[in-house]
Design a protein around this ligand. Structure first.
Ligand SMILES: Cc1cc2nc3c(=O)[nH]c(=O)nc-3n(C[C@H](O)[C@H](O)[C@H](O)COP(=O)(O)O)c2cc1C
Length: 197
């Protein structure tokens, strides 16, 4: 079995520290035999949820923007990797709005009880959460982690694994830390190997 792994990048920096870990994780998944596809959230054109509730009765959102292609990619993915920095003790606002717009999956799954993700996909899908933070305090990932877990649940992608790296203010450049880049690669590879044992 091959399988497609979708990577969702929450950092606005295409060559930042999160992006470097993100690329390693996707490389790991590719080396395990998966095809990969990505969504760089900061490059998408979309608006935050305005609670028009169209998705209560429909499989999509009434707002016709780049979220439409995102919904398709999320539905079709065999596994999903999300990578993001912590901002203001949670995930960046753009990524949060992206997740809020995935209320279409919530309504289908919990309200209409007609999930948008097929039962076959739901069985195999797994989620990996990569998150980095400047500070080195115990609770720095609490908010981001809760949000990521809720999101993976809503999109029917069980939260399989996480790589949480604090103290980036000291590390500064992740490229100097091959152990952390290798950890991201191995986490991504494990996601791929789950699809291609
Ligand atoms: C707007 C903003 C808010 C941030 N807020 C926090 C925070 O609340 N806690 C924290 O530990 N780090 C915070 N950071 C630091 C980032 O998590 C850290 O610098 C990270 O390495 C950035 O990753 P990137 O290079 O992929 O953008 C913040 C950074 C920015 C730009």
């Amino acid at each position: 079995m091959a399988g497609t792994v979708l990577g969702i990048l929450g950092s606005p920096l295409p060559e930042g520290n999160t992006a470097k870990l993100f690329e390693q994780a996707l490389k790991g998944a590719a080396d395990a035999g998966c095809s990969t596809t990505t969504l760089h959230v900061s490059t998408l054109d979309y608006q935050p949820c305005t609670e028009m509730m169209f998705c209560k009765d429909h499989d999509t959102c009434i707002m016709d923007d780049d979220m439409q292609q995102a919904y398709t990619k999320i539905r079709n993915a065999d596994s999903i990797i999300i990578a993001t920095p912590v901002m203001t003790m949670g995930i960046p606002g753009g990524l949060k709005s992206f997740m809020d717009r995935c209320q279409v999956f919530y309504m289908a799954k919990y309200v209409r009880k007609e999930p948008l993700v097929t039962s076959e996909k739901r069985r195999v899908r797994r989620g990996l959460f990569i998150c980095i933070a400047g500070m080195n305090i115990p609770e720095v990932f609490t908010g981001a982690r809760l949000t990521a877990k809720a999101f993976f649940d809503i999109i029917d992608c069980p939260y399989q694994d996480e790589l949480l790296i604090s103290d980036m203010d000291t590390i500064r450049d992740i490229a100097t830390r091959h152990d952390l880049l290798d950890a991201a690669y191995e986490r991504g590879r494990a996601i791929g190997l789950h699809l291609n044992p």
